[in-house]
Write a protein that binds this ligand. Structure first.
Ligand SMILES: [Zn+2]
Length: 149
């Protein structure tokens, strides 16, 4: 598993707003589960952008926090057409001049998990991975009061 630190409100837009693209300066060969970590910096100008407003940006939402893991996704594909100045069909979230990391199966965490991030991709500590997996695991089925006959 890997994690990526993304500024708010962009991280929130992934967790809550159905944003399936992360614009990154570099591509990656990594594919698989990816934790979405809200970094300590906030892109204040972006908070007023129509895209972010449409994604339901709400500073009071617990997942609007900073310095915490707020979602888990799958990194399926990286599109580099935009980086090469070509058109692609990555949608409104994709920016020109960036590599488009395509995310699927986004699951917002029920509450944020405080963690230190790092630029670009980083490997989450085992304790952090365990916390995420416990939060996303289905609730255990209660044992039946009476054993079945
Ligand atoms: Zn693209």
């Amino acid at each position: 598993m890997q994690a990526i630190s993304i500024q708010q409100p962009w991280a929130f837009a992934i967790a809550r707003g159905g944003r399936a693209i992360s614009n990154q300066a570099v591509p990656t060969a990594y594919r698989g589960p990816l934790l979405i970590h809200a970094s300590m910096r906030v892109d204040l100008k972006a908070c007023d952008s129509p895209l972010i407003r449409a994604a339901g940006w709400d500073p009071r939402d617990p997942l609007a926090t900073i310095g915490a893991v707020i979602a888990m996704a799958e990194l399926d594909h990286v599109c580099s057409a935009g980086f090469q100045g070509e058109a692609c069909d990555c949608g409104p979230w994709a920016e020109a001049g960036a590599h488009h990391w395509q995310l699927t199966s986004v699951r917002a965490l029920p509450r944020p998990i405080v963690a230190l991030g790092r630029p670009s991709l980083w490997e989450p500590a085992p304790t952090l991975m365990t916390k995420v997996q416990m939060m996303l695991a289905p609730a255990p089925t209660p044992a039946p009061a009476n054993p079945a006959p």
